[in-house]
Design a binder for this molecule. Structure first.
Ligand SMILES: [Zn+2]
Ligand SMILES: [Zn+2]
Length: 452
């Protein structure tokens, strides 16, 4: 199918990212979008497609990484297909029942690969954690990597970054973007229920994420792409419509969920940041996950925490007043730095130093820029107020969540009421990004969050 360039929102409905892989895409947003992904294959017996791909790329010594579970559901087929085609297909299998992307896992993987013969291509068979580990190691060796996905659980398959847990802190490191993403619909549809829920939750979080992105455009003039917004919104709406069929494990619906997750990942690649996919709801999820790690407990899947975060941000959008609040004398933490710093140290504990360091460069703390933002907020209040129409009511989201077992309360994601409130007040400081939290802060409304 021919591609209409430059890309624009009107043409978004007819765009299929598979037709555009490997191309430079001039866009009406003023940028040229590109992704590292060269192949996307979703089909039965997908392992049989691997040898051709590897030959096309001149690879001779692929190295497979999986865990016991992903070996059983997909990895054994991949190994057999490669060996039948004459590849040596060495592998490493993590024995962990709940693999964590931390120093220990990295060390074990690197020790195993030292014993392996010349590796020239990495293949991860798995979902989030396995990919985070493999793309990081591939990047350190400047070698290509591809993924054979086993669950439609998160939108990071196309990502070029790895969140890893180092010193019990989740930190994001540069990593290799995959050259190919492959999946077998039957395997995806047989994934554990909580991973299906996580995938749906990560996608439903995009209501909040996209509203935040447009808010950032209005208030700070940040780079914004209506084409990508239209694509991500389309993915999100299709997953919402198909949620019950996804939970009945219908192959077409699960395929659509996977397609949506990959598409959102490609949107991040196109934009060069996670902006199209991540706003205040993700900051809440990251905040809670960080606290769970510090507590030493296993965090629920990312997308499930995002889904709960999105319930809270939905409420914040709805609570905006129709008339722009007066902001004279509204105090932000920029205006009271010592007590803000104290708060950060208390809330973040050992994780406080990077959060404090981020604040030194975050324009949100610059008083002159705050004046500019307030002027933009006042001048554009009707537009900002109208953004809430893009975000469903909490009750509407809850109705959809009930169909797929997503959380309706904080206890379901092991978050206490105190932690929930801390997240509303402090998660915004994890990232330099304008969101509904920053709007509340600029308007001096943050105290409302603590009183919920
Ligand atoms: Zn996410
Ligand atoms: Zn664009």
């Amino acid at each position: 199918m021919s591609l209409k360039l430059p890309l624009d929102a009107a043409g978004a409905a007819d765009f299929h990212f598979q037709d555009a892989l490997g191309q430079e895409l001039p866009c009406s947003c003023g940028r040229v979008h590109r992704t590292q992904l060269e192949a996307f294959i979703i089909s039965a017996k997908v392992a049989d497609r691997l040898p051709d791909l590897l030959r096309r790329w001149g690879c001779r010594h692929p190295y497979l990484v999986m865990d016991r579970n992903t070996e059983r559901v997909q990895g054994a087929d991949v190994r057999a297909a490669l060996r039948a085609a004459g590849f040596p297909a060495q592998d490493f299998i993590f024995p962990d029942p709940e693999l964590v992307p931390d120093e220990s896992a990295l060390k074990r993987l690197e020790a195993a690969t030292r014993r392996a013969e010349a590796i020239d291509f990495w293949i991860a068979v798995g979902s989030g954690t396995l990919n985070d580990l493999v793309r990081y190691v591939a990047h350190r060796r400047s070698q290509p990597y591809l993924v054979v996905a086993t669950a439609p659980s998160m939108d990071g398959y196309a990502s070029g970054a790895s969140p890893l847990i180092i010193d019990r802190m989740k930190q994001t490191f540069p990593a290799q973007s995959p050259r190919a993403i492959l999946a077998d619909p039957e395997v995806l549809a047989a994934a554990p229920e909580r991973l299906l829920a996580a995938g749906v939750g990560d996608v439903l979080g995009k209501y909040s994420a996209l509203a935040d992105w447009e808010l950032g455009r209005i208030v700070t003039g940040e780079s914004y792409c209506p084409f990508l917004v239209a694509r991500v919104a389309r993915s999100r709406d299709s997953v919402l419509a198909l949620r019950r069929a996804i939970f009945r494990r219908e192959l077409a619906a699960v395929t659509e969920l996977f397609y949506a997750l990959v598409e959102v990942g490609i949107a991040m690649d196109y934009q060069g940041s996670s902006r199209p996919a991540s706003g205040a709801e993700h900051h809440l999820a990251h905040f809670w996950e960080m606290q769970q790690l510090l507590d030493g407990c296993h965090a629920p899947p990312h997308g499930i925490q995002v889904a709960y975060g999105a319930l809270l941000t939905a409420e914040l959008w709805r609570a905006l007043p129709a008339i722009c609040p007066t902001t004279e004398g509204a105090l932000t933490h920029a205006g009271d730095r010592p007590s803000w710093e104290q708060g950060i140290r208390r809330i973040y504990g050992p994780a406080a130093p990077p959060v404090l360091a981020l604040a030194d460069t975050d324009p949100v703390h610059n008083p002159a820029l705050r004046r500019d933002r307030l002027a933009a907020i006042r001048a554009n209040w009707p537009q900002i107020y109208a953004l809430r129409e893009q975000v469903p009511l909490r009750a509407e989201l809850e109705a959809a969540y009930r169909d797929v077992g997503l959380p309706l309360d904080a206890a379901s994601i092991r978050v206490s009421p105190g932690r929930e409130r801390d997240g509303l007040l402090w998660a915004r400081d994890l990232r330099s990004r304008y969101t509904i939290f920053r709007l509340y802060e600029d308007l001096g409304l943050s105290t409302i969050l603590g009183e919920r």
